[in-house]
Design a protein around this ligand. Structure first.
Ligand SMILES: Cc1ncc(COP(=O)(O)O)c(C=O)c1O
Length: 362
């Protein structure tokens, strides 16, 4: 049981969440349980639910307690954000169900629904969720799930989660909280049924692991997610769980630094020649803009690394159409070819601005 008072502030909870000293030796950081199985005293006699490491692992359980605590629900973790999405859609929908997706979303989410799950009879509509009237019209009797991404990837639109929840009818609402993180937005407190994370991004925070999570508000859905986690088996390894858990402890500090750098970078870009449609939601480290020479520009930065992904302490730059969002090409969710997406890291803001200035000049 956590020693931290239940009313402790977010920063205090981020540092301590899920961490109790190891009962055997008192180590402040519990051991990484790199094991596939557990010794049993007699057939079927084992500690708690630790019979086999796909079913349960103490390092994973500690991370799940921490993520659940920070999002205000119960977390189940997976080997990637997409594995988490797959598990959630599996428990929320049956064949023939209808899903409402955002018209601007991570390409992999679209690919999962359009190329994999639609083969099992799942139907979907893409809707601009900043238009709550359009969302309301898209929700049908057989709509099982409304998938929300806010801010959206890559256009950084912000969706009113409470407004979506008010229009959900019989559907469940899942919010991909990867870009906002629980520092800025806690979907379960806004009435959503699930918060989803690619923990590969800000929660891990150091670009050194791939992992995902679903946080459920309701115990029934938590139990179903745990069942699918074991039945399908896309579990994260103990070292990955340890790395994400270590990252969580500085989440509040990193998110503040990411936001400060994103503010400085977006202010600079708004006055830069050739740059248009600069977007920063006012929190988090993601910035996007349009530039006619996008492909050449992203190859000229030195501090910003040209790479997919986001949310690490180092700054990254990419062209979504050519890199992360190829799977939405030709669909209603296609992204413009001149769009540049930045993940502002925690380096000195002046160096990030100078790097972009030289790349825009050359
Ligand atoms: C918003 C969002 N959700 C989900 C994912 C998928 O996560 P993962 O790459 O960990 O599978 C990503 C990956 O970029 C993402 O940006």
């Amino acid at each position: 049981m956590s020693r931290i008072p239940a009313d402790a502030r977010f920063a205090t909870r981020a540092v301590h969440a899920g961490l109790d000293p190891d009962p055997a030796y008192g180590s402040v950081i519990p051991a990484i349980h790199q094991t596939s199985t557990y010794a049993q005293a007699a057939p079927g006699r084992f500690v708690e639910d630790y019979d086999y490491a796909r079913s349960a692992n103490p390092t994973r359980a500690a991370l799940e307690r921490a993520v659940g605590e920070l999002e205000g629900g119960r977390a189940v973790t997976f080997s990637s954000g997409l594995a988490a999405e797959h598990a959630l859609i599996t428990v929320a929908c049956a064949g023939g169900a209808h899903v409402v997706l955002p018209a601007d979303l991570y390409g992999g989410t679209y690919r999962l629904v359009d190329k994999v799950l639609s083969r099992w009879g799942l139907e979907y509509d893409l809707v601009d969720q900043t238009d709550l009237g359009a969302l309301e019209r898209a929700v049908r009797d057989e709509t099982a799930l409304i998938w929300v991404e806010t801010p959206t990837n890559p256009l950084l639109n912000v969706v009113d989660v409470e407004g979506v929840v008010a229009r959900k009818r019989g559907a469940l609402v899942a919010v991909d909280n990867t870009f906002a993180t629980p520092v800025n937005q806690r979907p379960l407190e806004l009435g959503a049924d699930f918060a989803v994370h690619s923990m590969t991004k800000y929660l891990g925070g150091h670009s050194d692991t791939v992992a995902g999570a679903v946080v459920a508000r309701d115990d029934r859905w938590y139990d179903e997610l745990r069942f699918v986690q074991n039945a399908v088996g896309a579990v994260p390894g103990p070292l990955d769980c340890f790395l994400v858990h270590r990252g969580l402890r500085t989440l509040h500090l990193r998110m503040a630094a990411h936001a400060e750098n994103a503010r400085a970078v977006s202010e600079f870009l708004r006055g830069a020649p050739g740059v248009e449609d600069v977007r920063w939601p006012g929190f988090s480290g993601m910035v996007s803009f349009r530039h006619p020479d996008a492909t050449a520009l992203v190859s000229r930065t030195r501090v910003f690394t040209l790479a997919e992904s986001l949310g690490g302490v180092e700054s990254l730059i990419e062209v979504p159409q050519a890199m992360t969002h190829g799977s939405v090409e030709g669909s209603a969710a296609a992204v413009p070819p001149d769009l540049v997406r930045l993940s502002c890291g925690v380096e000195a803001a002046e160096d990030l601005v100078a790097d972009l200035a030289q790349a825009l000049r050359d």
